[in-house]
Design a protein. Structure first.
Length: 338
């Protein structure tokens, strides 16, 4: 081989190695951040909103790990998950006390939205009728859970004609077992059967299908959710929340506590990334904003990614207030490319 060609070859190899070395940091620069994707829509949208900001504003590579409440939050505590965008504190008091207050393995970053109710709902037309739809009130005096024995026939279970049907939360959710205890405490076990939907979609379908047909339905539900933004539903009264009746081994014979829906972050991850802590501490939305984005998602048959993009596009003043100016600029530039 001639010296000139040999020198050129060596130079090319050196350049290749240097180029390879300089490209390695770019390949590994995006640190992974794992957000837990619980099975309800609002948290999945918030995961994608936070994920988009973490990716384009802070340079992380977001991953979304599907899990139900208990295994997902156990993962947050153990470090397999970095961030949980919705921790329903009062449904998980035993876990919260251990993970946040006693061991300090999880850091509470505050509310993600305020005033999030949950309880047992019926369509408003069952109580006051709906003249436009030609529906007469079938349960005009139904106001509280204690009126339900009187009206069990209005909610007759087609598979168990001697009882009414109550649509519970999804098995695996902590609130599913809370509702079972409530039914027992309120003396409803003899007059109502419990129907366990296999998924959130199955629960939604049961409620919407009944509503569209003007039929009765009694179901556990919560806000924010698109159903509550589109349908006229009434939450039944319960005795005021009483901390002495709420918790492990107690009878849950009272209203759900004022919902605390907080953001949680694994403490070790938080210590490494104070900039993420600062961002998530400021991340807060309203109930109306959540109902709106979820209604958009349902009406447009949008994916959670599309719903997150819709929120980021329509609520720029909101999310920009969470971020330093330079980070907000990066996020807005990435949003413009969608």
């Amino acid at each position: 081989m001639k010296a000139g060609r040999k020198g050129a070859l060596i130079l090319a190899l050196v350049l290749a190695v240097v180029t390879g070395l300089t490209s390695v940091p770019a390949a590994i620069a995006a640190e992974r951040v794992v957000l837990v994707d619980f099975s309800w829509s609002s948290v999945q949208v918030h995961d994608r909103i936070a994920g988009f900001i973490l990716e384009h504003g802070y340079g992380f590579s977001p991953e979304y790990l599907f899990a139900e409440s208990v295994p997902g939050l156990t993962g947050l505590q153990q470090g397999d998950v970095d961030i949980a965008m919705e921790v329903w504190v009062d449904n998980l008091l035993e876990w919260y006390t251990d993970a946040v207050e006693e061991t300090g393995q999880v850091l509470d970053l505050g509310s993600i939205f305020p005033d999030a109710p949950q309880g047992w709902y019926v369509p408003a037309y069952m109580i006051k009728g709906d003249e436009k739809r030609g529906i007469k009130a079938t349960t005009p005096d139904l106001k509280s859970v204690f009126d339900l024995p009187k009206y069990w026939e209005a909610f007759k279970d087609p598979e168990v004609p001697g009882k009414g049907r109550f649509y519970n939360a999804i098995p695996g959710w902590v609130v599913h077992d809370i509702n079972l205890k409530k039914l027992e405490t309120y003396g409803l076990s003899d007059s109502y059967t419990v129907f366990d939907p296999g998924s959130q979609m199955a629960l939604q379908t049961a409620i919407v299908s009944a509503y569209e047909k003007g039929q009765p339905v009694l179901a556990y539900y919560w806000e924010p959710e698109w159903i509550m933004g589109l349908l006229d539903m009434v939450m039944l009264e319960e005795p005021p929340y009483d901390p002495d009746r709420w918790g492990e081994g107690k009878d849950y014979g009272c209203a759900f506590p004022a919902a605390r829906v907080h953001k949680g972050i694994n403490t070790k991850f938080a210590e490494k990334h104070p900039e993420v802590v600062e961002f998530l501490e400021k991340y807060e939305t309203t109930l109306a904003q959540n109902n709106e984005v979820l209604a958009f998602m349902e009406q447009e048959e949008a994916t959670v990614e599309e719903a997150a993009a819709w929120f980021l596009t329509n609520y720029k003043d909101v999310w920009k207030s969470w971020l330093p100016g330079d980070v907000a600029g990066k996020v807005e530039a990435a949003l413009a490319k969608l």
